[in-house]
Design a protein around this ligand. Sequence first.
Ligand SMILES: Cc1ncc(COP(=O)(O)O)c(C=O)c1O
Length: 401
Amino acid sequence: MNIKKLQEAASNFGTPVYVYDLSIIESQYNKLQNAFKNIDNYKIHFASKSLSNISILKFIKNLGLGLDTVSIEEIKIGIKCGFSIDEILYTPNGVSFSEILEAKSLGVKINLDSFESVQDFSKRYSNHPVSIRINPGIYAGGNENISVGHSNSKFGIPEEFITDLIKMEEKKQIKITGLHIHTGSDITKNNQFDEGIKKIFSIATKFKNIESIDLGGGIKIPYFLGDTKTNLKDYARVVELEYQKYKNITGKDLKLILEPGKYLVSDSGYFITKVNYIKKSKNNFFAQVNSGFNHFIRPTLYKSYHEVINLSNLNDKKEEYTVVGYICEKDTFAKKRMISKISKDDILCFKNAGAYGFNMSSNYNSRLRPAELCIHDGKIKKIREEENLEDLLNNQIDVFD
Ligand SMILES: Cc1ncc(COP(=O)(O)O)c(C=O)c1O
């Protein structure tokens, strides 16, 4: 954590502001590559839903990653950032068939997410190569909202359709060339990953045209000292074993795909705010910051833990604070946390704000979205202007004018 640069970012650009340290994205990518170095044919696609600023995407592209997208807009942004068509994956959920057709016309690789959309696809594009997302029936992930691979989840094609899919393939109605799973985010239990990996490789042996297996994202990084994390080495080892086993059974080489979001960018991002007031109440010292869940919703939505650093007073006596926002609803960022003594106007930094931070922000309470900055080669650069009132009013229509 480059404290000096973060202090400089706050004093030169103001708060609230998101700051991304690009060197951390690069080192996370290197660690991931190192973990999978024994697999001959793999590609890492960054889950752009987690952080889609165009400067970040271009940086990531230049590192050699592909892109994982979930909407036609993310595909178009990816193309604009210079990703070639074959570097872009599209894994939508519940989108209209016309959006799927548009993605197909652009030529990106599609992971179809329902048996119903496979049927529509096969009517339109009989025997065309397509990839499918399987629901493996596994409960995995840090909380209910981000556990998406279980049998009650809306994601993926339930396994009971596999026989029908094989029949469709035999009748040359479809050609399934790829399988995809993503069971959830923040997965700490390696055995949940293992179960999914084994399942998808085993399903792959049932289809005769499989060329790629996509294992989605979900790798958990620690949010504080001593926090749980995915054991990356063990994860990669199970992938290697299954990859090799598949090769021995079928004699075929597969392309392995990974779609990490958080693993690559969570740690690189800091959300920096300023303390408006220290408000005393019977049971709390509230540090009220100039932001709220409109800018950073993860703590409210998922109860995610983000370390809070007092950039104005790093090493003073620690006191207990509840850090809250200015939204007219409960928007607690951190509850009863021991933080180096906070005073009015101090600058507080939330760690691990790179993934699903700015990208989940909104204009709730008619607040403006903050600027985004990056630290690259020792320099701080602005990569998004903060919004102004005009931005809020721009697309509204005053019928009483
Ligand atoms: C299909 C898919 N792939 C990849 C990801 C990235 O997950 P994570 O940020 O946990 O790595 C997600 C996250 O929701 C996803 O839905």
